[in-house]
Design a protein around this ligand. Structure first.
Ligand code: PAF
Length: 291
């Protein structure tokens, strides 16, 4: 990694033109660029991505954009938490150099008509219950890659399906950005960090712990020799059903590559959960390995 100039306060960039000019400058200097794409309201999970990006790259850009095209009509686009000042300070503390915070009109100007869609794996899990969601994700990520031309982009594995979909897009479209998947960061009590957690009441937050507890229990069962994934999934569902405030979207055990359901644990399997507690959608997962 090369030594960059002595600038140390984070810069907030709002236009694509300015962002591209900045990137051009660094490309000429042959510096490596990392992108941490986010929708803001940063938590420790995001900060771990920024820190990792800083370790391995010369310039770190955090994008903050609540992307309307990945939200369905009745979803939480309007109430998704937003706070640029807080996010800029946190990004700077974690080592980012730039925040890219475009407006919706900057990204999707009037007459915007182009979308990127990865097929098949986007029909499963979150894709099945949120039609169009991944089309919005791949479109914005593709645009960010074109604007920022990152050598590496960092994504958290809490959104495991998102990581797989983005990796597939990169492979299929021969994009040059390396995707770096990073582990889920959890609160001390096990709750997976998510920007949406702030929309939970104290009681709902407590109830939400059943997700991580059930996943850890699944891990223990596998450690003790269980290989029947139907049993593991049923057990998780039963735990969640004990909490009447929770509605299950899915609990599934799937192959890590194609997200097809599997019944017997061999190699790596993703146990993925999506639920709603009141109006808040939460996801969590664990990767289990049989021997
Ligand atoms: O994971 C997210 O926060 C978003 O889906 C992403 C990757 C920033 C695209 O809007």
């Amino acid at each position: 990694m090369k030594n960059r100039s002595s600038e140390n306060t984070i810069k907030i960039i709002k236009t694509i033109t300015e962002m591209k000019e900045v990137i051009k400058k660094y490309k000429k200097m042959n510096l490596s660029i990392a992108l941490v794409p986010t929708m803001g309201y940063l938590h420790k999970g995001h900060l771990s991505l920024i820190e990792k990006a800083k370790e391995n790259n010369d310039v770190v850009v955090v994008s903050i954009f609540v992307n309307p095209t990945q939200f369905g009509e009745n979803e939480d686009y309007g109430v998704y938490p937003r706070n640029l000042e807080r996010d800029s300070c946190l990004s700077e503390e974690a080592g980012a150099d730039y925040v890219f915070k475009p407006s919706v009109e900057e990204i999707y100007p009037k007459g915007y008509n182009t979308y990127v869609k990865v097929e098949k794996i986007t029909d499963k899990l979150c894709g099945a219950s949120r039609p169009g969601h991944f089309r919005g994700v791949t479109t914005i990520v593709n645009k960010l890659f074109n604007i920022i031309e990152p050598n590496r982009a960092y994504f958290g594995l809490k959104d495991a399906q998102q990581v797989l979909v983005i990796m597939k897009m990169v492979e299929d479209l021969n994009l040059s950005t390396e995707i770096i998947p990073c582990p889920i960061i959890r609160e001390k009590d096990g709750l997976a960090m998510s920007s949406r957690n702030v929309n939970l009441t104290k009681n709902e937050r407590q109830i939400a712990l059943v997700l991580s507890k059930s996943l850890f229990e699944a891990k223990d069962k596998v450690k003790a020799g269980e290989r029947d994934l139907d049993k593991i999934v049923s057990n998780i569902k039963a735990n969640i059903h004990n909490e009447p405030e929770i509605t299950i979207d899915y609990v599934e055990a799937v192959n890590m590559l194609n997200l097809e359901r599997i019944k017997l644990l061999e190699g790596k399997v993703l146990i993925a959960i999506a639920v709603k507690i009141a109006k808040v959608r939460l996801i969590d997962n664990i990767i289990l390995e049989g021997n």
